[in-house]
Structures are given as C-alpha cells and as structure tokens.
Design a protein around this ligand. Structure first.
Ligand SMILES: Nc1ncnc2c1ncn2[C@@H]1O[C@H](COP(=O)(O)OP(=O)(O)OP(=O)(O)O)[C@@H](O)[C@H]1O
Ligand SMILES: [Mg+2]
Length: 286
C-alpha cells in the first residue's frame, strides 16, 4: 500500500541535545498509527517537523509523496493537525472558529457554510455551533478542534495527545470519533502517553523513548514478542518481579516450581508490559 508518511534519517537537536534521533518510519495510507512515548520523548517535536512547523536538523520527510522541506506550501493541503494544547480562539464561537479556518484554507464561500454544518454534525456538536469556546466542555473543545482540522478534507490527520485531560467517558467518545474518521478513509497519526489508548485504537504503534524509535509493530505483535502471559511475583526482598511466557501452560509450570513468592498473579500481558520491559520505566512521568 502507498506510504502516506515516509520518514528517513530524521534528526532534531536543541542546543546539542538530540530530541529526535535518527528516526526512520513509514505509515501506510489508511493506517491508524500510534506514536507512544513518555513525557519529553520527542512526540510533539516529530509532529511539528511532519507538519512544517519545525525544521529538522537533518533527514527527510515525505507526506503523500511530497517533500515537506522542499514544498511546504503544497504539503499543507494534505494534512490536518490537532495540536496538544487548546488552540481555539476563545473570543469566537465554535462555528466562527471553523469559519476562520475555512477562510485560511481558501474554501469557496458557497462551500464554507455547508462544510461547517456537515462537520459540526459529524462531531455531534450541531447544537453548540453558536456557543463561545469557554462555554463548552473539554471534550467538546477537543471535538471542535478535530472538526476544524478536517475542514479542507485532508487525507491525513495528526492528533497530538487527543484525549489528554479528558475523563474516561469523554475519552471514549473521542476514540469513537477517531475510529469513525479512520473508517471513512482518513489516515491517522496520533501521539499518546496513554498506553491503553494506543492499544484500544491503533493498528500499529511505534514506541519512542529519548528521541529513538525503540519498538514498532502491532500491539499484539509486540505482546507476542514479549510473551502473551505475564506472571507477577511479589516477594519480600525485591518488590514485584515480572516474567513473560508464550502461553498459560508454560506460565503454570513456572509457577509450580516457584518457592518463596508471597503473592503470584497470572494474567494476559499488555502494551504497558512491553513498554516497561524495553524502557525500564512507566510511560507516565519520565
Ligand atoms: N523549542 C525547543 N527548544 C528547546 N528544547 C525543546 C524545544 N521543544 C522541545 N524541546 C525539548 O525536546 C524534548 C522533547 O519534547 P517534545 O515536546 O517533543 O516531547 P513529547 O514527547 O511531546 O512530550 P509530552 O508527552 O510532554 O508532550 C524535551 O526535552 C523538550 O524539553
Ligand atoms: Mg507533546
């Protein structure tokens, strides 16, 4: 399948510190790709480079075959981006925010009103078109930002931490919207430090740590590499230790041979186990 994003040998230094370190990555058309990493890993910097906002120190990025560095003006029509921090204009209503963006993207005047109505309907906010930004909930602000990013019908959408700060129920609603957009044909590249978000949504994930891509694959493929079954052993001396096994039979055999563990739990492994094994740390809070 054609590559929507092709990144080769990408580097970014800030005052000698490598923030993106020799990144090579391809994302196919139609994928829902998750870029997972702890705070400060380099996720936002990568998105900023992919969306022309930051210049890389070296390396090359193609978006839908267009070189980002050589042709920033035409590449901008290929993608939409929802930034990590709230970037709606608080002096305007939700509909006016979309209107402003539609004008920036040179949508024809007879197309604008129709497109805004269609998008507000799509993100289930038609009733809130005339609300000021501060008068809608956090989840609605996020959905409005997504609607705004889709105004020019991009084939690719970047979402930087799309559910940060949202409660569990609202987060699921945003997940549904992301799935719907992907099913409707939009390639999605999202960043998150919520492992369960990557596991729930993404067909493939890349784990970035200190600027380096340290794992890449489907959530299940990464778990299989580690072992589908986890055994947690709580001991008095060493706290909790973890071991991974391909199946329950092998895990049970191991447990039977164990002596001295206070508490033993057998469970399915998850992406968090993969993350901790390869980084030696929890995803949240570097
Ligand atoms: N403009 C800048 N100047 C100097 N250092 C920067 C700049 N932007 C980012 N950094 C540094 O680069 C590193 C990566 O930052 P980045 O924002 O890409 O991480 P992130 O993975 O998005 O983290 P978070 O999960 O907190 O959003 C951090 O150490 C950050 O301090
Ligand atoms: Mg970030």
């Amino acid at each position: 399948m054609r590559e929507m994003i092709a990144i080769s040998g990408l580097n970014k230094d800030y005052s000698g510190k490598k923030v993106v370190d020799c990144l090579n990555l391809g994302v196919a058309q139609g994928e829902l790709f998750g870029f997972l990493g702890p705070n400060g890993a380099g996720k936002t910097t990568t998105i900023r480079i992919l969306t022309t906002l930051t210049k890389p120190s070296s390396g090359r990025v193609l978006i839908n075959g267009i070189d980002v560095a050589r042709d920033p003006a035409s590449v901008k029509s290929e993608f939409g981006v929802v930034q990590q921090h709230l970037s709606l204009n608080r002096d305007l209503t939700i509909a006016e925010n979309l209107e402003l963006h539609a004008r920036l993207h040179h949508l024809a005047s007879d197309d604008r009103a129709k497109r805004i109505a269609e998008l507000l309907d799509y993100v289930e906010m038609a009733d809130h078109a005339d609300y000021l930004v501060d008068d809608v909930s956090g989840g609605m602000k996020r959905r409005a930002m997504i609607a705004r990013a889709l105004i020019h019908r991009p084939k690719l959408l970047f979402l930087d931490e799309p559910t940060v700060g949202l409660d569990a129920q609202t987060r699921r609603r945003v997940w549904d919207l992301i799935r719907k957009m992907n099913l409707d044909g939009t390639t999605v590249f999202l960043t998150t430090h919520y492992i369960e978000e990557a596991e729930a949504l993404c067909s493939r994930v890349g784990i970035i740590h200190r600027g380096k891509l340290i794992a890449l694959g489907t959530p299940i493929g990464l778990r299989q590499k580690l072992g589908m079954i986890a055994v947690e052993m709580q001991t008095n001396e060493n706290g909790t230790e973890y071991r991974y096994f391909p199946d329950r039979a092998l895990a049970s055999e191991f447990i039977q041979r164990l002596h001295g563990a206070e508490r033993i739990v057998m469970r399915e492994s998850n992406l968090e186990d993969v993350f901790i094994e390869i980084t030696g740390q929890k995803a949240l809070g570097d």
